[in-house]
Design a protein around this ligand. Sequence first.
Ligand SMILES: [Zn+2]
Length: 379
Amino acid sequence: MDPITAKQEKFIIENLDFFTKTLEEMAQIPAPSNHEEKRAAFVKALLESFGCEGVYMDEALNVVYPYHCQDAKEIYVLSAHTDVVFPDMEPLPLVRDGKILRCPGIGDDTANAMAVITMAKYVAENKPETKQGIIFSLVSGEEGLGNLKGTRKLMETWGNKVKGFVTLDTGYGGMVTGAVGSTRYEITVSEQGGHSFGNFGRPSAIADLAQIITELYQVRVPVKEGTKTTFNVGIISGGTSVNTIAQNASCLYEYRSDDLTCMSYMKNCFEAIIDKAKVLHSGVDVKIVGERPCGNVCGDLQDKWIQMLLDVQNVYADTEIVPRHSSTDCNIPLSMGIPAGSVGTFVCSGAHTRQEWLDTESIPRALRTVMCLLNSWLA
Ligand SMILES: [Zn+2]
């Protein structure tokens, strides 16, 4: 992998001021998951001001710039998310502290969104030839409550042509190459209930649910080399008073894995326990409250894609990049058999805390790295 050209280096240096100023402005725009309206509008206007043709916003509040995609048979995606975990609807507090920028969401994922935007600017201004179509996307709903809404919508629209997906997320060295999937359930038990003394002997929703939970905790997670599978009951509630046989009880249960066969093993175990419980107790009900697919159906294609991403990062890296598995926007393409990886480029810290900060001295290297990635897609 070659370093960027002198012309590209010049572009980056000339745009550093623009980058920092726009980053400071965008970082303050509130964008809790499912309320990215203001930030999406800001991004769309910005891209249009560069002359990016065909920019659109969809109903998920994704802002998308398809470049050379019209007749393309193959498309690569460069993405970052606009939402932050902070519920604020007021401007987020930004403080400049020498070379450090402090603001909730600055590294996760505002700076990365700016990197995607800067590449879109480069392409709009220089109109380079490409080997395939490229989509620059600023997507909504990556964080918890968003349930990957933005990327689901993006892949619903373009997925049949997408041959590779990269999301820029979190900080330098934070590379994610495999998807941890999760399925989350609410289990509810309802019984007739009654007085604890007068109606003693009637079934209790709490006792029934406790029995189900005990069974869930008897499950042995599958042991398969290079994979990890977990489960948890995280919340339990129910009952009325100490002298009432409980009418209702419910809990939240999830299992997670980075392996598809382990996920279906956990699903089978869960369903067997629930089926048995339904025979034993009258009012057992199960609702899925969250579902993030896990990947690992791309085999060799994924290995090649990850190697390409490592080669790109190694051009300017000063430490070893160690990939890990996590839940990111990559879960969606990976579950469709499309190779995908998440790459962090800026030096930043404190993601998901109000103390989050970014080292502005890391901006040039981050932009050089993302430009290298872009180069691998240019003709
Ligand atoms: Zn993120």
